[in-house]
Design a protein around this ligand. Structure first.
Ligand code: XUL
Ligand code: MN
Length: 407
């Protein structure tokens, strides 16, 4: 490789994090590295043009990303107000969609892997999990994450780890441990905790101080159950609960920090959940990335503060989507080994034969945005930051996203 190409690649590739939990290197585009640029010293525009990667290079780089979705992301279209409008797609058929749409991995709930899990003994659960692993590996897929489905059982009507009933809390911890065992069979090292019913409809229904201590106990019990498993907490501020106990990534990482093994507790950030909390998803991601704690993302979109919409990535707010991709690129997220999952839902109006477009489109938009991030002339950012001319910066980004303006 010539020195010129090496320099070129260095300039267009995101920097590699020193380790998953270690310090992230400061990316070249980080404004804190910017020194004021005196006009006329360097022709930034022409340098940007020379450094622009070829299409082939860009395609190779974008393929660093690994993509995943879950079986629930191909659905029948039922909502709280109406029944299914599309036939159920058999698992075997869903499985073929993954590769056909360019996906690499599957995210599973424990009972996506072993249906009717509560009625089965471990020997049968293990057998079925092994069969599932074989089935996905035959398609060239791996398991990205597993998650205990703690919110559908009759015992968790009023919460799982934070139920007021000790026997129900105990059941939830046992179920989470079982999920870890299944995860190991699937050769998957990350269990996701979406804490669906850990919260209240009525503040006084629970003692929140106790509830948080119980959450910590549950996390510690999971860590103790397996010396290697990592737990990625997926925060969400509401729905199904009025107020959830771990509403943000800050809460999730604080819980991890006081656990018995902080390095094995991290986070998963879902775009819609951050937006529902009134936060910016890219800043939430940046926070977790700065701590070496972003172990997965659920990219999707959300049109304002309403029910959790799980719209296709970028469909409601392309600029917010761009910033998420930008921050992932700056951190060299793909090189950490973490994947990009799309937790997206097909619109109820979508006919069965085209009810996977939300997945294909989300992936496509993501890759287009990777390309947009990589072809943006970051010297404009440097110059605008140096001049504190953020109107100019914003316009440059909007024009770049629209494909108009200066070439
Ligand atoms: C809930 C949500 C879940 C988790 C997986 O809003 O996002 O789908 O991602 O259980
Ligand atoms: Mn999710």
């Amino acid at each position: 490789m010539s020195a010129f190409i090496r320099v070129r690649l260095w300039l267009i590739s995101p920097p590699e994090p020193s380790s998953l939990t270690g310090k992230l290197p400061v990316p070249p585009s980080c404004p804190c590295h910017v020194r004021p640029i005196s006009p006329g010293t360097i022709s930034w525009a022409s340098r940007g043009a020379i450094l622009r990667p070829s299409l082939a290079e860009r395609n190779t780089m974008a393929s660093e990303y690994k993509f995943s979705f879950g079986p629930w992301n191909i659905s029948e279209g039922n909502d709280p107000f109406g029944p299914a409008v599309r036939p159920t797609v058999a698992w075997g058929e869903k499985l073929r969609v993954f590769k056909r749409l360019g996906f690499d991995a599957v995210m599973f709930h424990d009972d996506d892997i072993v249906p009717d899990i509560e009625r089965k003994e471990w020997a049968q659960i293990e057998r079925e999990a092994k069969e599932m692993r074989k089935a996905i590996e035959a398609e060239g897929l791996v398991t990205e994450v597993t998650a205990p489905r703690l919110w559908e059982d009759a015992r968790t009507v009023d919460g799982a780890f934070t139920s007021n009933e000790a026997s129900e809390r105990k059941w939830a911890i046992e179920r989470a441990k079982r999920c870890i065992d299944i995860s190991n069979v699937m050769n998957c090292g990350i269990v996701v905790l979406w804490l669906a019913r850990e919260g209240t409809y009525v503040r006084e229904a629970k003692r929140a101080i106790d509830a948080h201590k119980w959450l910590l106990e549950a996390v510690n019990a999971m860590l103790a159950h397996d010396p290697k498993i990592r737990i990625a907490i997926e925060p969400k501020p509401n729905e199904p609960m009025d107020h959830a106990y771990i509403p943000t990534i800050g809460h999730a990482l604080a819980l991890g920090a006081v656990s018995n093994d902080p390095k094995r507790v991290g986070g998963l950030i879902e775009t819609a959940h951050s937006l529902l909390a009134g936060l910016d998803p890219s800043d939430d991601m940046a926070f977790a990335l700065a701590m070496g704690k972003l172990w997965s993302v659920h990219l999707n979109d959300q049109n304002g503060l309403k029910y959790d919409q799980d719209k296709s990535f970028g469909a409601a707010n392309l600029r917010v989507a761009w910033n998420q991709v930008r921050v992932l690129e700056q951190a060299g997220y793909a090189k950490t080994g973490a994947m990009v999952a799309f937790d997206v839902k097909a619109m109820r109006t979508q006919r069965a034969e085209v009810a996977t477009k939300h997945l294909a489109n989300s992936r496509k938009i993501f890759l287009h945005l990777v390309e947009k991030v990589r072809t943006f002339d970051w010297n404009i950012e440097k110059q605008c930051v140096a001049n504190r001319d953020y109107e100019e910066l914003e316009m440059a980004i909007l024009e770049h996203l629209m494909g108009v303006g200066k070439k």
